[in-house]
Design a protein around this ligand. Structure first.
Ligand code: NAD
Length: 453
């Protein structure tokens, strides 16, 4: 008895029977997913409050409505996305039909992280179901309360013959990865991304890897410090900093740092009050292990704002570090917590050099009143996504692909990009059985006239 094998067998049979192909079936799954979100918002809110002390507003904007929007977009466009895409023909295929057919891959595995456990589990699911696949969903075991809701309640809203959840941590996921899938979509750390990719390689399974990294945030001298501080603080401390696209560190001149610090303090106080610990809007660190890791990072540089913590509550105050050296741990690993180091640079060139010496990040931010400065940062660097003069607003647009490059990942999704990610783009040419006379000029014995083909 191997329950995983049996589950996969069941899903494969569904796929082979063509059950997931019709648009009506796909739409019914998407509608089911939408109903799940509507019917159980309260349950999800309680689960996310337990896991991450997530506020109702953060839950709505970053977990529920973002998935709902994608479901609605997919439902509105499903038939258009599924339609064959006609392509240009050449002289030799002038009379034929040439098109790209979007086919589901088959059996898809989605492995999700804990930091936005509804969004990052269900958003890829929207694309996989819309594209007509069968899906095994592996939510994160670390966001325990949300995992329970996804495991116990969500399946009631989806067709059991094409969908299954598998629960567990690294051990169970490792076992799952020994099996053959037709596509693997992984969101998580670069370390585990490598494990997933190595396992996929054994079966030549294609992958999307949505990973993390350190997202630089360049702040030009020519900026209003309070506007920058509001925006940077909002996006850094959202979900207690546990966001893959959060600005990870600020690069600015010592002069700008001097103006930015009081502005950051003012933004933090306005957002979370004099005692951020009692704010209902500030999240908590997911678990003890991450709390200890972040606690260690508080020893880097010098604490300019915040720095307080309480282990019993996994609370870390919104913190800003200054006098940080490039070689310190806080500048080596992705912070993934409410800590913002400021690193001083003397010029735009130095900031760009600093960014380019490191792995390509998932997101990059540049603040300046000058379009040329923002454009220079954009033109001379590379990253998964980019936003000028704000935080991760670019990822709220389903019309933009979301994904990393280099060490921050490969592949992308959101909106139609999700549908395309979970579809094989089959190159099709339909020729006529007749007109053999014209075709025969290509056959041997060759002569110079073959070259004119
Ligand atoms: P993680 O890599 O530890 O875990 C992700 C998933 O992999 C979980 O479901 C977990 O059960 C599974 N897993 C863990 N260890 C495994 C192993 N040894 N073998 C097989 N599977 C294993 O990541 P996390 O801590 O859940 O999430 C944080 C990371 O995810 C950060 O690096 C963050 O930047 C990244 N992230 C990226 C995005 C994105 O969209 N690019 C979004 C959110 C988080």
């Amino acid at each position: 008895m191997d329950p995983i094998r049996d589950t996969l067998q069941r899903l494969r049979e569904t796929f082979r029977a063509g059950r997931t192909q019709p648009a009506e079936f796909r739409a019914a799954q998407l509608e089911g997913l939408g109903r799940f979100l509507r019917d159980h918002k309260q349950l999800l809110q309680e689960a996310l409050a337990q896991d991450l002390h997530k506020s109702a507003v953060e839950l709505e904007v970053s977990e529920i409505s973002i998935v709902q929007t994608e479901i609605n977009l997919a439902l509105r466009n499903l038939r258009a996305w599924m339609r064959d895409e006609q392509v240009r023909r050449n002289l030799a295929t002038q009379l034929d039909s040439a098109f790209i057919r979007k086919e589901p891959f088959g059996l898809v595995l989605i492995v999700a992280p804990w930091n936005y456990p509804v969004n990052l589990t269900l958003l890829p699911l929207v694309g996989a179901l819309a594209a007509g696949n069968c899906v095994v969903l592996k939510p994160s075991e670390i966001s325990k309360s949300t995992e329970k809701v996804l495991a116990e309640v969500l399946p009631r809203y989806l067709d059991q013959s094409c969908f299954a959840t598998v629960l567990g941590g690294p051990g169970e996921t490792g076992q799952l990865l020994e099996h053959r899938f037709d596509y693997i979509f992984f969101t998580g750390s670069p370390r585990v991304g490598k494990i997933v990719m190595a396992a996929a390689a054994k079966h030549l399974t294609p992958v999307t890897l949505e990973l993390g990294g350190k997202n630089p945030c360049y702040v030009d001298d020519n900026c209003d410090p309070q506007t920058v501080a509001n925006r940077v603080a909002f996006f850094r401390y959202f979900n207690a900093g546990q966001t893959c696209v959060a600005p990870d560190y600020v690069l600015c001149s010592p002069k700008m740092q001097e103006r930015l610090l009081p502005a950051l303090q003012s933004a933090i106080t306005r957002f979370y009050g004099e005692d951020p610990r009692s704010s209902p809007d500030l999240g908590r660190i997911i678990n003890e292990k991450h709390f200890q890791r972040l606690q260690g990072l508080l020893g880097c540089g010098r604490v300019a704002i915040g720095g307080q913590s309480d282990e019993s509550d996994r609370y870390i105050a919104p913190t800003v570090l200054v006098d940080v050296q490039e070689t310190e741990p806080v500048m080596q690993e992705e912070i993934f917590g409410p800590i913002l180091p400021i690193v001083n640079v003397r010029s735009l060139d130095e900031a760009i050099d600093f960014i380019k010496r490191r792995e390509k990040p998932l997101a990059l931010y540049a603040f300046s009143n000058s379009n040329q400065v923002v454009e220079q940062v954009l033109a001379r660097t590379s990253s998964g996504g980019f936003c000028g003069n704000d935080g991760f607003m670019h990822m709220t647009l389903p019309s933009l692909p979301f994904g990393g490059v280099g060490a921050s990942g490969m592949g992308s999704y959101h909106g139609k990009f999700s549908f395309d990610t979970f579809s094989h783009h089959r190159a099709c040419l339909l020729r006529r059985p007749g007109l053999e006379k014209i075709c025969s000029i290509r056959y041997p014995p060759y002569s110079p006239r073959n070259l004119r083909l």
